[in-house]
Design a protein around this ligand. Structure first.
Ligand code: ATP
Length: 348
């Protein structure tokens, strides 16, 4: 097995810079998710690894080999696309066998490998069905089996769950992860869904406008986004613009932290709704705030809170365990406190 390295990859489409000097190392056996909004360059990056696009600058390596100009069919990769791309006239078994047939592998080897893969992707019973006779989730498992058939070194997945409904999506996501770990294959997984990226990946690369903003393990990205873009894009956060005073920003009575370098008059403070401490009653520590709205989310309830600092209204969200939130009614006054260790500020 092998890792993948992109070194200074730039890709232009006319005047559009789809990739802007991107360098990424995907470790051997790792699943790296490429996460970002539409048009940020995720698919272009994947297509450069697949050989479906050629970078204008920079290089792509798999293991020790520079494959920047190697044709797709000669790259040691398997691909899974959003739309399954199965051959409709071939059965599940024949679809999985196809990449081995075109490589003229011996019949006994093909049969043994297909048997093994049908078991791996849990399709043994559906082996003789045609694509139109199986569900979307099964079709994608078949596509996964076909991609893995020739024992590629790298698996590339482009939004493989987008065409499926929510319930199947969650199950297949876990299934893809199980298979990837079992096989121990290096994988790159494109998605615009942050919860999917966090759930499936060893590390997540957050992309923005053709660049990689941050690469981090899901929990680190969730706790400590390193850029304002990552903070806005990953997880739901309060983003409160605050005045800088004496080198500090804060909500009076609630938290106070050093202003970020480069802030000019104002800074944007980010903190998670679950890090907002809400206490009942209108005295005690924290900023006084009114509960404008309560949204029941199951285990937690989200409170829409409005307080005031320096005569300006401050709106923020606070998440509470739902059992606690039952004691708080809409329209009630509460105190709101935020642990400064969980606040990040960026220059406006
Ligand atoms: P999405 O999630 O919508 O698929 P993405 O992050 O995968 O988006 P890319 O498809 O990589 O983004 O596109 C990156 C940029 O390059 C976009 O601005 C897109 O419009 C542009 N682009 C992509 N392919 C082409 C093409 N063949 N010709 C011209 N521009 C292109």
């Amino acid at each position: 097995m092998s890792g993948v390295s992109l070194v200074g990859v730039t890709k232009m489409y006319g005047a559009v810079k789809a990739l802007d000097h991107v360098s990424v190392d995907v470790r051997d056996g790792e699943l790296l998710a490429l996460l970002g909004p539409s048009g940020c360059g995720k698919t272009t990056l994947l297509r450069c690894v697949a050989g479906l696009e050629r970078p204008d600058r920079g290089s792509v390596e798999i293991g020790e080999a520079d494959i920047t100009v190697t044709p797709t069919r000669e790259r040691p990769i398997g691909m899974v696309f959003q739309n399954y791309a199965l051959f409709p006239n071939l059965t599940v078994r024949q679809n999985i066998a196809f990449p081995l047939e075109v490589r003229h592998r011996p019949r006994t080897e093909i049969d043994a490998r297909v048997y093994e893969l049908l078991d791996l992707v849990h399709l043994t019973e559906q082996g003789d069905r045609y694509p139109k006779q199986i569900s979307g989730g099964q079709a994608q498992r078949c596509a996964l089996g076909r991609a893995l058939a020739p024992n590629p070194e790298v698996l590339l997945l482009d939004e493989p769950l987008s065409a499926l409904d929510a319930l199947v999506r969650g199950r297949l996501r876990d299934e893809i992860r199980r298979v990837q770990q079992l096989v121990g294959i290096t994988a790159i997984y494109v998605t615009h869904d942050q919860s999917e990226a966090m759930a499936i990946a060893d590390r997540v690369a957050v992309m923005n406008a053709g660049r990689v903003e941050q690469i981090a393990a899901p929990a680190d990205l969730y706790d400590m986004p390193s850029t304002q873009f990552s903070a806005k894009f990953v997880g739901s956060r309060n983003a409160v613009e605050l005045a800088v005073r004496n080198g500090q920003v804060g909500i009076p009575g609630s938290f106070q932290i050093d202003a970020p370098a480069g802030s000019n008059g104002h800074a944007l403070a980010f903190f998670r709704p679950e890090d907002v401490k809400v206490s009942v009653g209108d005295d005690g520590p924290g900023m006084a705030a009114r509960v404008e709205l309560k949204i029941f989310l199951g285990a937690t309830t989200r409170l829409h809170l409005v307080g005031e600092a320096d005569g300006e209204p401050i709106a923020l969200f606070g998440d509470l365990p739902s059992r606690r939130a039952r004691q708080i009614g809409e329209g009630e006054m509460v105190r709101v406190d935020v642990d400064p260790d969980h606040v990040q500020a960026f220059p406006v």
